[in-house]
Design a protein around this ligand. Structure first.
Ligand code: GLU
Length: 554
């Protein structure tokens, strides 16, 4: 009797489902993947709002590494597009492009306008039937029921809870439609009354169950007693139902998601059981934090306050994608830096990534540290790679500089070769947008001398005398020694000693030292006091240009 009423209720709630639409048919359509032991299946599940921030990349990298560093793992892109009001056109394309730009590619999932993979569709809006099939099963099992409360009813309950100092939500005595006679519910639905489908919880929050999170470790989670919403009044599922249905039928093995979901984890644990599905592992990632100088404390990274929160920032500023990944790897796994120092030349992909080495308390983003890591990454690149990076960035973000730097690629590459390689490569470039300023003097179009750069303690007469003589005698030297010998001789001739010991012992005995003379020459040739090896710069500029620059300052 009850059973036939329940069947009637289910057919008024799900008129579109046929008898063939069963869990078993879905199980058959989306069977276990049969991957080699240890292979992990992960996914990211962004909403198509078009905004991608560092936290998304941080989470996505964890997913990608977990999948791809396990046997034959699979990394999927699922789009949580149930809230169409927030949807932005082209968002999926943007997600794929942005993550792809950082070297993260999906094995399965949504594409800009379709899908690829056997476990789709990968957009939630196209999976409505799956959610309804599972919701119907819960209803027939007595684990779901329609609730006809209006917004106002819920607000009133909330006020009553506030007064009684009770927990908020729909549970216990506040769950007023939980035991509504089935006949009455059928009638109301037939009558066109609006309703949502709620979960019927059997939990007791005074009881705790042990739970192992792959990141947070062993936790104790109270049982759930909330009759939370499974399907909204328009039949669209909530995240709670949708992610369980999707992760089950997509055969996700590891759900890696933000720790903001920990508070509703008890709901999810009870729902997995009620569905009778084997639950995947959960890995709750901590948030990316920043130290707020003003507040003097750590806080969540904010799109509004921190430009480096948006992924766009890394593109426009021209940080090599390897630097961003390298830094995120240090944030993701506490033993990554140690591994890197022992494996300087290996790809981050060779690092044995592990969720239990992820920070349980919060990953602190430090821009200075990031720049430092980026300098190390760029220092390990070849001159050709640096040229490629600079040219690609400039082509998009600084067209004038692009035409200069790409005019003679061999010349530009030779610029980046100075100070590169060897045991102690220069670590000066953190991002491509800095490069123009660093190398401007290699281009006559950008080269300029600011006279203030000349050391103030050298008289203008001495400076001019030094430069004018050097312009006469300058020749491309065979090596650094030969070059420096000439500068030393020149220095002595003008009263600047090349004996640094003698100079330190009694500076007043000389006009200055060979270091001052080198600086004068450096300023005349490069326009600045600090530069990479001057001999190498002069060689690359060529005798005529060096002479002309010195002469112009003499
Ligand atoms: N759309 C959800 C979010 O962005 C996905 C959470 C999950 O990965 O399960 O928080």
């Amino acid at each position: 009797m009850e059973n036939s009423k329940l069947l009637e209720l289910s057919s008024v709630i799900f008129p579109d489902l046929s008898d063939d639409d069963t869990i078993e048919s879905l199980e058959a359509k989306f069977p276990e993947r049969g991957l080699p032991e240890g292979s992990k299946v992960t996914r990211i599940a962004p909403s198509p709002t078009g905004s991608m921030h560092l936290g998304n990349l941080y989470g996505a990298l964890a997913d990608e590494r977990v999948a791809h560093s396990s046997g034959n793992g699979v990394f999927m892109l699922r789009i949580e597009d149930t809230d169409d009001k927030r949807e932005v056109e082209g968002a999926v394309e943007k997600i794929i492009k942005y993550l792809g730009g950082f070297g993260l590619t999906f094995d399965e999932g949504a594409t800009a306008d379709a899908d690829f993979g056997e476990y789709g569709p990968y957009r939630q809006r196209q999976r409505a039937k799956f959610y309804h099939i599972v919701a119907r099963k819960l209803l027939l099992d007595g684990r779901a029921y329609p609730c006809f409360c209006s917004e106002e009813d819920l607000e009133n309950a909330h006020k009553a809870q506030e007064q009684a100092k009770d927990n908020f939500g729909y549970y216990g005595k506040y769950a007023i439609h939980r035991d509504m006679p089935i006949d009455e519910a059928i009638e109301k639905i037939k009558n066109g009354d609006k309703f949502v489908l709620r979960f019927k919880s059997m939990g007791d929050p005074s009881k705790k169950t042990p739970f192992k999170d792959s990141i947070k470790g062993n936790l104790e989670v109270p049982e759930n007693d909330q009759d939370f919403v499974l399907l909204k009044s328009d039949g669209i599922p909530t995240y709670h139902l949708a992610h369980i249905v999707d992760d089950h039928f997509m055969r996700t093995t590891d759900v890696i998601r933000g720790e903001e979901w920990l508070s509703t984890l008890p709901w999810h644990l009870e729902l997995w059981n009620a569905c009778g599905f084997r639950r995947p592992r959960y890995c709750h990632t901590s948030q990316v934090l920043k130290f707020d100088e003003e507040l003097g404390t750590k806080r969540k990274m904010s799109k509004r306050k921190d430009p480096e929160c948006s992924l766009e920032f890394y593109y426009t500023t021209g940080y090599p994608k390897e630097s961003v990944i390298e830094y995120l790897m240090t944030l993701l796994n506490s033993n990554y830096e140690q591994w890197r120092s022992a494996n300087a030349d290996k790809s981050y992909r060779e690092f044995p990534f592990s969720t239990n080495k992820m920070s349980a308390s919060g990953a602190l983003f430090d821009l200075a540290k990031f720049n430092d890591i980026s300098k190390n990454v760029v220092a390990r690149m070849t001159a050709e790679q640096v040229y490629e990076g600079v040219a690609q960035w400039a082509q998009e973000y600084d067209k004038d500089f692009y035409s200069l730097v790409s005019k003679d690629p061999a010349y530009s590459t030779a610029i980046f070769a100075i100070g590169r390689g060897g045991k102690k490569p220069r670590k000066d470039i953190a991002c491509w947008s800095e490069v123009k300023d660093f190398i401007s003097y290699f281009f006559d179009e950008l080269f300029a001398v600011n006279k203030d750069e000349y050391p103030a303690h050298i008289s203008v007469d001495d400076r001019k005398a030094i430069l004018s003589e050097y312009a006469q005698i300058y020749k491309t030297a065979a090596d650094n020694n030969e070059w420096f010998e000439t500068v030393k001789t020149l220095s002595e001739k003008h009263g600047f000693t090349s004996d640094m010991k003698a100079y330190k012992a009694d500076p007043s005995a000389f006009k200055g030292s060979v270091a001052d003379v080198s600086t004068v020459i450096r300023v005349a040739v490069t326009g600045r006091q600090n530069s990479p090896d001057l001999f190498a710069i002069c060689n690359l500029l060529g005798e005529d240009r060096v002479k002309a620059r010195i002469q112009a300052q003499a």
